[in-house]
Design a protein around this ligand. Structure first.
Ligand SMILES: Cc1cc2nc3c(=O)[nH]c(=O)nc-3n(C[C@H](O)[C@H](O)[C@H](O)COP(=O)(O)OP(=O)(O)OC[C@H]3O[C@@H](n4cnc5c(N)ncnc54)[C@H](O)[C@@H]3O)c2cc1C
Length: 410
């Protein structure tokens, strides 16, 4: 009987467990989980603050998931060392776990910028975990002013989550626009205006350079007083375990199409790893939940001796902030088609008869069809793209394509 060890307990770990079990029903699975919670859906932590969900509804898999899959979870345990020769993982508690096949699914950690005086700020937190959300929930009062450093996805999700829990929210970012890694300046301006209407104040092209307890001195010279500080400037892949034992690491753990690392019998998946973006051919960390699960599943199948590859990954995001949705996927290069919509904009990028990427603010209904076109590398002249540009639906696909891709008489 094979012994599987999975380090981490997020979407990638769930994928790995289900991948292993699709091939091997009997092997022993041990999951090392630094967090003490049953696996939950990380993107829902802001909804918890908003009161739109609770811990039970946030579960990513039902309460009996581990038991049903014959997996033992070591909650509150941290893996600190891998010995690939002895095929052994050492935990902080001193416990040792032997493996035949190992999956690193450690996700990422918030990067906390080394700003002068940060240690003088008592009320501060990142916004990555259920514990962070719960800490904010119990700390905030309706009189509080909150300063969020970082206007990326995590900073804005935090702002949305606490909108009705405090008096004032200020979000600052060194970048000149919000969501700078996924939106261009026009789309970002629409989102910023929407959030400003809700009362969130932005200080862009500006950031805190010094803290004096509850006061931030900004690069611009402005001074911002706050009661609570959230740092959300970015994340770093948790790749040190494999780096320390000689495995190949770039911005994330380097894996092949089977999610195998450069060390025999060690796989990696999720936010800690790099996968190839099919729209650019570049290997990158694509920190999105569906990819974490799919990568984990692929790793699990291969760990158990099956065959699976992951070769259609692409960066994509679909998020909403207080009622305004935005969706983007692929890369933004090639010919641009732009359409202004009510309160939003749609941008499609085409190159060499292929849809390479898109960015939509506002009506994202059926935009998944664009994602499918990118992922399947569908030649645009094989369908009525003129119609599809204006209104994503299945009609512009020929009947043959619909039957082949979707099955049945559609
Ligand atoms: C606020 C927020 C909003 C988001 N919104 C979206 C969204 O709308 N859509 C989307 O697709 N994605 C979103 N994401 C990203 C998404 O949550 C991640 O891509 C996904 O959770 C990655 O899964 P993972 O399993 O790779 O890592 P994680 O979910 O981070 O799980 C890794 C786990 O490993 C544990 N761990 C780390 N090191 C060790 C160790 N040495 N020993 C033991 N355990 C360890 C960690 O504690 C953690 O529990 C959001 C993220 C955040 C924070």
């Amino acid at each position: 009987m094979k012994n599987y060890v999975i380090i981490g307990n997020g979407a990638a770990a769930v994928g790995a467990i289900e991948g292993i079990r699709s091939v091997d029903k009997d092997g022993g699975i041990t999951v090392v989980s630094e967090e003490k919670h049953h696996v939950y859906s990380r993107p829902l932590i802001s909804y918890l603050l908003e009161g739109k969900t609770d811990e039970t509804k946030m579960l990513y898999r039902p309460a009996d998931f581990y038991e049903k899959n014959g997996a033992e979870v070591l909650f509150g345990e941290k893996a600190v060392k891998i010995d690939p020769e002895a095929k052994k993982v050492t935990l902080e508690s001193g416990k040792e776990l032997c493996y035949d096949s190992l999956c690193i699914a450690t996700g990422s950690s918030p990067f906390v910028p080394p700003i002068e005086g940060l240690e003088t700020v008592k009320n501060r937190r990142s916004f990555m975990t259920l514990d962070d959300a719960e800490a904010l929930e119990s700390a905030l009062t309706p009189e509080y002013s909150v300063l969020i450093i970082g206007a990326g996805l995590i900073g804005l999700k935090c702002a949305e989550g606490i909108l009705n829990r405090c008096k004032k929210i200020t979000v600052c970012d060194l970048a000149p626009r919000v969501l700078s890694s996924i939106l261009d300046s026009d789309c970002a301006a629409i989102m910023q205006a929407h959030l400003e209407k809700l009362g969130i104040e932005f200080l862009l092209d500006d950031t805190a350079v010094k803290f004096e307890e509850n006061r931030a001195v900004m690069k611009s010279g402005k001074v911002v007083d706050f009661d609570f500080l959230v740092t959300a400037v970015g994340v770093r892949a948790n790749s040190s375990l494999i780096k320390d034992c000689g495995g190949e690491v770039d911005r994330g753990i380097v894996v092949d199409e089977r999610m195998a690392t450069s060390i025999k019998d060690i796989f990696a998946a999720g936010d800690c790893s790099e996968t190839t973006d099919i729209t650019s051919g570049i290997k990158k960390v694509m920190a999105i939940m569906p990819l974490a699960y799919i990568g984990g599943h692929c790793a699990g199948v291969n760990m158990a001796g099956g065959e699976e590859t992951l070769c259609n990954a692409l960066p994509m995001n679909s998020i909403g902030f207080a009622g305004l949705h935005c969706m983007s996927a692929g890369s933004y290069e090639g010919e641009l088609y732009e359409e202004k919509t009510e309160g939003g904009v749609k941008r499609l990028y085409t190159e060499n008869n292929l849809l390479k990427g898109f960015m939509i603010i506002g009506d994202i209904d059926r935009a998944g069809i664009y994602t499918a076109l990118i992922r399947n590398k569908t030649p645009l002249d094989s369908l009525n793209f003129e119609l599809l540009k204006k209104s994503p639906s299945l009609a512009p696909f020929g009947r043959e394509y619909r039957v082949e891709k979707l099955g049945g008489e559609v």
